[in-house]
Design a protein around this ligand. Structure first.
Ligand code: ADP
Ligand code: ZN
Ligand code: ZN
Length: 722
């Protein structure tokens, strides 16, 4: 039987597809091919070449065309992807599709690596020397005097440079170029590192060239980023590449600037908010080895690193690293897999390490490095509990909280009121008959958005106009219950009419760059009150922010989700860490109905490490992750019977295995967007047992007759049970 090609196609099926080799040209593993698929065509990645097919050749179709002469995905990435698909029980084709930027998943030529760039002509240099130009034109000539520059960089250095460029181009003083650009210049110098920082840099630095996982456990503002910078500098000096992951796009711009200003190299950015062409270009520059520093969010973990030197995962505890649809990988765990394959150290940084990582430290798999002090001997902020039970609240705000805000703004400083809930109020209730607004598709309360005069379901986005009277008893007595950021903004604006109140949540930052622009305004020594969701909890340096007031975290104390306490502890510590970053001491208020709650007490008295150790012991004693291992099978359909039938058959197929099953049962949210949801939780004490039983089971699921009537997905190491 002649050899065939085994191809991964971007479909959610647990198989690879065999094709006959193309009529002309040769396809090797890692190359993309165009193949006939169903009624159309698809672009796939060759996983294996020269294998024997299990099916008869007569039934096989032929590859139409080979898109890459040389493999687009190198051997390391191919091997890592195969391991990842096996570990996360993903459809192999979806795993490969994740690794490629969208523009590279299509039958199109690869984009040009080099974007628009400009250079001085000889005449331009003379003009500069002669000093014959003024203003914007002169600034542009000076910027190009060091060498050619990309349009992107010019745009940042000299906003409005285009006009000058047009004039100078017409005068023959500058020209478009394709040559290597000069790149940015290092404009900041490293602070002298503290002893702890230096120790961390030395320990990781010694490990360059070999795989080792490190947990850089450093309180907020302790200078973790400085440690990354020092290490990346070493890596670049060795001619190697560094990959830095951040949990969200909002953090990227300020980090890019910091990297570029310090290192004086171009930073390639990879995240989902980029134009597809730019993303593909950044990916290809990494693949060619030209890109030395790559910064990105979750999916950037798939960047090719032919010359890898270091992988850093900042804020490693952040749940944004887990993909929650399609191929459900965890970028932090994938970083470890890649570090091992590439033989480079992996640094996981956090002020609030995940229990998973702490367990890995205990097991001796990760080495911990601590940063306990804040440089410049800035005191860690003091956290104070505000007992809400004895207070009269004004829109959820206690007198103690309002007094603290008053003091803060009187000093010309900024206060942050944190509430992890957007909208005006989470419930709209009728005081006459007890009716409340509920999403008909989810059977969950709808959130009131007062400015938009709408009720919106935060689970499925269903929305209706805000009713003027109760639809059930026609009483006009409809009252919002509870507070979202919009209501707090209103209350604070009423209390502090002289102070700008800024709300930062998904609603106010929908526009691209809106978040960054809002933050820009806050970096100066301006007076302001911020109201925001957890978008504000992450890593932004706001030097004039001295008060953080946390309201409404009580939900996290009584959740059924076993990870809720861990998340709450992380959130409180991260948000608190926003206070007093620079030269001014910070203060943190935590408003709660449960001041005696053991988690809060330990967190405030002894800190995150102690609270996390307690939580970890609790998990160990009941064999929950990271000590036990879980896989969640989810299914949903328009009819409950279809969900039950599928999950029942799937569970039956596991009889005789040593796995523990919980369910089939309804999901914690049994109805969402009109679909009935159910789940089967599969647990085992060891990963080995779990995977060896599930490996043959997973492909059999799509062959179950009941599978056709449901949507289903498998989640290995799920981070929430919804
Ligand atoms: P983290 O990443 O741990 O939150 P950063 O690296 O952003 O901390 O550092 C917090 C602040 O302290 C930054 O403004 C940074 O410039 C400053 N900083 C960090 N290390 C030093 C140091 N060794 N000396 C002086 N300032 C430092
Ligand atoms: Zn009513
Ligand atoms: Zn809904």
């Amino acid at each position: 039987m002649p050899a065939v090609l085994r191809v991964a196609l971007p479909v959610p099926l647990p198989t690879l597809f065999d094709y006959l080799p193309p009529a002309t040209g040769e396809a090797v593993a890692g190359s993309r091919v165009l193949v006939p698929f169903g009624k159309g065509k698809a672009v796939g990645v060759v996983v294996e070449a020269g294998v024997e097919s299990a099916v008869g050749n007569a039934r096989l179709k032929r590859v139409l065309r080979v898109l890459d002469d040389a493999p687009l995905l190198d051997a390391e990435l191919m091997a890592t992807l195969a391991r990842a698909a096996d570990y996360w029980l993903g459809a192999p084709g979806e795993a490969y599709a994740n690794a490629l930027p969208l523009a590279l998943r299509e039958d199109r030529p690869l984009p040009e690596l080099h974007e628009e760039a400009w250079a001085l002509t000889a005449a331009g240099r003379s003009a500069l020397d002669a000093g014959s130009r003024r203003g914007g034109s002169r600034a542009l000539l000076e910027a190009l005097a060091r060498g050619p520059q990309t349009a992107e960089l010019l745009h940042e250095m000299l906003p409005g440079w285009r006009d000058a460029a047009r004039r100078l181009d017409e005068a023959g003083l500058i020209e478009r170029t394709r040559t290597q650009t000069a790149g940015p210049m290092a404009v900041t110098t490293a602070p002298s590192l503290s002893d702890e920082q230096q120790q961390a840099v030395d320990a990781i630095g010694e490990s360059l060239g070999a795989f080792q996982s490190f947990l850089l456990d450093g309180v907020t503002g302790s200078g973790k980023t400085e440690v990354y910078l020092a290490l990346i500098e070493k890596v670049i000096a060795q001619g190697k590449q560094a990959l830095l992951l951040v949990p969200e796009i909002g953090l990227a711009p300020q980090t890019v600037r910091r990297l570029r200003d310090r290192l004086g190299v171009a930073v390639q950015v990879l995240h989902s908010n980029l134009a597809e062409g730019d993303r593909a270009r950044a990916w290809l520059r990494a693949r060619s080895g030209e890109a030395k520093v790559i910064l990105g969010t979750r999916s950037a973990i798939f960047t090719p690193l032919p010359n890898a030197g270091l992988i850093v995962v900042d804020e490693e505890h952040d749940s944004a690293y887990k993909q929650q649809e399609g191929f459900r990988y965890h970028a932090r765990d994938l970083a470890i897999l890649r570090g091992r394959a590439l033989n480079v150290p992996v640094v996981l940084g956090s002020a609030t390490p995940s229990l998973e990582s702490l367990a890995n430290v205990q097991a001796g798999r990760y080495r911990t490095l601590h940063l306990r002090a804040r440089p410049g001997a800035i005191r860690a902020p003091q956290v104070q509990i505000v007992d809400m039970r004895a207070q009269r609240l004004d829109h959820g705000l206690s007198p103690a909280l309002l007094a603290a805000v008053t003091d803060t703004v009187a000093r010309g400083e900024q206060a942050l009121v944190f509430r992890n809930r957007r909208g005006y109020a989470p419930v709209l209730l009728c005081y006459s008959c007890g009716w409340h607004a509920e999403c008909p598709r989810c059977e969950h309360p709808m959130t009131l958005h007062a400015a938009r005069r709408a009720l919106i379901c935060h689970h499925c986005d269903y929305s209706t106009r805000m009713p003027g009277q109760c639809p059930s008893c026609f009483s006009p007595e409809l009252k919002p219950q509870g507070q979202g950021t919009e209501r707090l903004e209103e209350a604070l604006t009423a209390h502090f009419p002289e102070v700008p109140v800024m709300r930062i949540d998904r609603e106010t930052t929908r526009r691209r760059d809106a978040f960054e622009q809002l933050l820009e305004g806050l970096h100066e020594d301006r007076l302001a009150i911020l109201v925001g969701t957890q978008m504000l909890a992450k890593g932004h340096d706001l030097p004039n922010l001295t008060l953080v007031a946390i309201v409404g975290v009580d939900e996290g104390l009584h959740s059924v989700d076993f990870r809720a306490s861990e998340r709450l502890a992380q959130l409180v510590v991260q948000v608190a860490g926003r206070a007093g970053r620079a030269q001014k001491p910070g203060r943190v208020l935590l408003q709660t109905h449960h001041p005696e709650h053991p988690l809060l007490r330990q967190l405030l008295a002894q800190g995150y490490a102690a609270a996390a150790a307690t939580l970890l012991e609790e998990r160990r004693s009941v064999q929950l992750p990271p000590f036990g291992h879980q896989v969640l099978l989810r299914a949903d359909a328009h009819q409950r019977e279809h969900v039950d039938a599928f999950l029942g058959e799937a569970a039956n197929a596991l009889t005789g295995t040593p796995l523990q099953l919980a369910g089939p049962m309804p999901a914690p949210m049994p109805l969402r967007a009109g679909r009935h949801r159910g789940q089967l939780l599969i647990e085992a004490e060891t990963r080995g047992a779990l995977h060896s039983a599930l490996r043959p089971w997973y492909p059999s699921l799509s062959r179950l007759p009941s599978a056709r009537r449901v949507r289903w997905s498998l989640d290995v190491d799920p981070i929430d049970l919804y």
